[in-house]
Design a protein around this ligand. Structure first.
Ligand code: FE2
Length: 151
């Protein structure tokens, strides 16, 4: 993955989100910095996670709010208007607890159909295990959970 993806995400976020929701944009930049700090875990996929973190709240941008459910609105815009990388779009769509909120909004089937969850098969990220520890099947599949947990 090309590191220019992060530059693209930053320029897009600054233009779309930073101009209308500067505090949300500052938060997104903070999340992106945390993602960048995980490079030792992710290797080449650090760029992907940093770009997704940069754009994870992109759907809050008022002009993009079609459904009012920002993970879905942001992912759709990135997919439809920018032809963004599929894994990036799916990470933006699938943040912490997104399926619970989607269920409450009556959008779960739509979200799952358009943006299925990523798995280690898609990211190449190994399961989160350490020597001497048991594999945690509940958390191995989504390394973005701690980063995307902020509302
Ligand atoms: Fe956020």
């Amino acid at each position: 993955m090309d590191s220019s993806m992060v530059g693209w995400a930053t320029r897009l976020g600054e233009r779309e989100l930073g101009t209308v929701l500067p505090r949300r944009w500052a938060h997104s930049q903070g999340v992106a910095a945390r993602a960048a700090g995980l490079g030792y875990l992710l290797g080449k996929d650090t760029v992907l996670l940093e770009a997704a973190a940069t754009l994870h709240d992109f759907g809050y941008t008022p002009r993009l709010a079609v459904t009012g459910f920002h993970p879905l609105d942001g992912a759709r815009f990135l997919r439809d208007e920018h032809g963004a990388d599929e894994r990036l779009v799916r990470l933006v769509a699938n943040r912490s607890f997104v399926l619970l909120e989607a269920e409450e909004r009556g959008l779960r089937k739509t979200l799952e159909a358009e943006f299925p969850l990523l798995s280690p098969r898609h990211t190449g990220v190994p399961p989160r295990t350490a020597p001497g520890r048991q594999r945690n099947a509940d958390t191995d599949h989504d390394i973005t959970q701690p980063l995307m947990a902020v509302p």
